[in-house]
Structures are given as C-alpha cells and as structure tokens.
Design a protein around this ligand. Structure first.
Ligand SMILES: [Zn+2]
Length: 378
C-alpha cells in the first residue's frame, strides 16, 4: 500500500490501540465540554464520589471490564457510554487505516473522525453541538482540504464548484491566492459567529422558554452564565487562531508558490472548494431550518446542525455532504420510529438529529472520502 514494509496487521492493531487512547480523551471532552469545564484540569475522577481515577484504572476498555463497570472506591456504576466511545473510536480508526493506509492524510481523518465522535455523543446526551468544538473544527477542516489537495496534487474527478463562480478558476496568481486564501481562513470563525447572531435575531422569538419560567434558580443562572463566558472566550481564541492560520497560509504562498506552483494551485483550489462547499451545504440546512420556523413554528433543525454540516462539507466535500444529509435523515427516521414506540412522548420526544448526521458522516467517510492514498496509488 505504501513504501513501509511492516506486516499489515501491525498497522491495524496500532490504529485500534491509538483509537482507544484517543477515545479515552474524547470521553473527557464529551463529559466536560457541555459543562464548561477544562479538558486538562482537574484529573479524571469518579462522577459519584469524586475519588481520583488512578492511572491503572484508566486503561481504555480493560479497566472497565476488570472493575465490572463500577468505581473502585464507591462501587457506583460507570456509564457504559465510556467503553462505547473508546471501542467506537478504536474500530473507526482501524477502519480508516484499512481504507486509507498508513499516511499523513490518515492523521487528518483520525482528527476529523474524533471531532464527529465527540459531537455525536454530546448531541445524543445534551441535544447540543457546542460552538467550542464546531468553530475550531471548521478552521481545521478548511486547512485539511487545502493540505490534502495541495499534497496529493491530483484533481478530483468530480464537479468542481469553483468552475461556476466567475473569476475563481482563472490562472494562478500568487498574491491573489495568498490574499483571498488568507481571507477565507480569517473569516471562517467570524462567519460562524455572524450566522449565530443573525439566527438569534431572526428566530429567537420562536424559542419556547415558557417551560423554564417556573424554576428560575439564581445559582443555576450564574452557572449557565459562567459556562457562556468560558465558551465566548474559547470562540475569541478560535478567531485569533483563524488569523494565525491565515497569516501562515499567506506566508507559505508568498515564500514557496514560485517553486511549487502546481501544488499551491491545487491547495488554493481545495481551499476555495471547501469554503464554498461549506457555504452551500450550511446555507441549504439553514434554509430548511428557516422553513421549519416559518411554516411550523418549531425548531426542526438546530443551528449546531448547520455548523456541523458546514464542517463536514469542508472536510469531505459538498457532494459527499449531500449524501451525509440523506443518510442522516434515513437514520433519523429509523430512530424516530423507535422513539415513537418506546417513549410516552411519541413524536414529541426530542430527536438528536445532529448525532444521526454525525453517524452518517462517519459511515459515508469510510466509503467516499476523496483524496485517499488508496485511490491515488491505484
Ligand atoms: Zn466513586
């Protein structure tokens, strides 16, 4: 598959173990990010008795099995979600290794899959796709699209969206690629922010706050506001990160595009393709959301879904994202029917649609990721 000559099972097992370790970290992200806690401090501790988890009790899958799914100090049950996330990440990483082969592109796919796995589990539990994750993931997806296109130096045999936008597909001019590419990176996070503000301006009056009116707890509000402040700080940091990536992009183009013009042209095309793909898919889902509000006065599609699908479109390309939307809707319908028969709330039971879209993205990713080494080497 590549130039490395180690037996293939070695790679598969390595990917699985790496997936378990990343899955263990994702558990921390899934547990703490919605609560506005740091993912670094404090160290892992039991959710019931707060006893710190020793390193030898923190081995993915193994510790859960040895402890019988219970805390060592207080014997409280540990949620089965923890080993599920670890096993899920392990299997996903192994499958990606089988598809893409050992390469640096695989690392980008690992990172993307990790983001989606975290979003799936957070949405399933909290009905929430946190901005703290979707904002930086968008910049990462754009940079990945540019890097993959530039590095592989191959033109995708698919419809290229930049062909229909006048002026985008003309001859490669370094200063223009440096400037326009930098703008795309720098404006990615502010673009999401603008979407959030605009959406709140248009639709916040449709949200139903009435059910919360009875039990307004001062402490609860203070806690919510603290989480909000932390998340806003993270979003500002993401905007600065976007500017840093923009400057890095411009510097790379100015310094190296004369020597590697073909690669930079491909990278620039990859970046514009990813940006416009995100705009089209995000816009499409936002229109569906708007239609729900205007016609039925309900939130059929969350704003988090819009941003997650923009990330998916940037990383996997817009036409693959359409497939994700289709498959996600099918998965959502199946889960909706199960909810209908198992829940007393019937069709009013909230459906974590973002989680369905995320699962669809992982499935589609295994079958349709462009640029993979596997395809290129053939
Ligand atoms: Zn405990």
């Amino acid at each position: 598959m590549t130039g490395l000559d180690l037996p293939f099972p070695f790679y598969a097992v390595t990917a699985f173990i790496f997936g378990l370790i990343i899955g263990s970290f994702l558990n921390v992200v899934i547990h703490r990010v919605p609560r506005g806690m740091s993912v670094v401090f404090p160290r892992s501790h039991c959710a019931s008795c707060a006893a710190p988890v020793a390193a030898f009790d923190n081995i993915p899958l193994v510790s859960f099995a040895l402890l019988g799914g219970r805390c060592r100090s207080c014997r409280a049950r540990i949620s089965a979600a923890y080993p599920t996330v670890e096993l899920g990440a392990g299997l996903m990483f192994t499958a990606l290794m089988l598809k893409t082969g050992p390469s640096w592109e695989l690392l980008l796919e690992f990172a993307f899959a990790s983001v989606i796995i975290a979003l799936v589990f957070i949405d399933a539990r909290h009905h929430l796709l946190p901005n703290v994750i979707t904002y930086p993931a968008f910049i990462f997806a754009l940079a990945s699209a540019a890097a993959q296109a530039g590095w592989s130096d191959k033109t995708l045999l698919t419809f290229d969206i930049s062909l229909v936008i006048p002026g985008l597909h003309s001859a490669f001019i370094p200063w223009r690629a440096a400037l326009f590419g930098a703008l795309l990176f720098a404006l990615a996070a502010p673009g999401f922010w603008l979407l959030d503000r605009l959406d709140a301006l248009l639709f916040s009056r449709y949200f139903d706050w009435a059910e919360n009116d009875e039990e307004i707890d001062e402490k609860e509000i203070e806690k919510e506001m603290e989480i909000e402040r932390r998340h806003n700080r993270a979003i500002r940091a993401t905007m600065i990160f976007g500017v840093v990536v923009a400057v890095a992009w411009a510097a790379l183009v100015v310094l190296f595009s004369a020597k590697h013009q073909q690669a930079f042209e491909a990278a620039y095309n990859g970046l514009t393709r990813a940006s416009f793909g995100a705009l089209i898919i995000g816009g499409l889902i936002w229109l569906i959301r708007a239609a729900y509000f205007l016609l039925r006065r309900i939130e059929g599609m969350g704003l988090g879904d819009v941003k997650m699908m923009a990330v998916v479109a940037a990383f996997l390309s817009w036409h693959v994202a359409l497939g994700v939307l289709l498959l996600g809707s099918i998965i959502g319908s199946v889960i909706g029917v199960i909810f209908f028969f198992r829940s007393k709330q019937g069709f009013k039971a909230p459906l974590p649609f973002g989680a369905c879209l995320g699962i669809a993205a992982l499935i589609v990713m295994l079958t349709a990721t462009p640029f993979s080494v596997w395809h290129i080497n053939q």
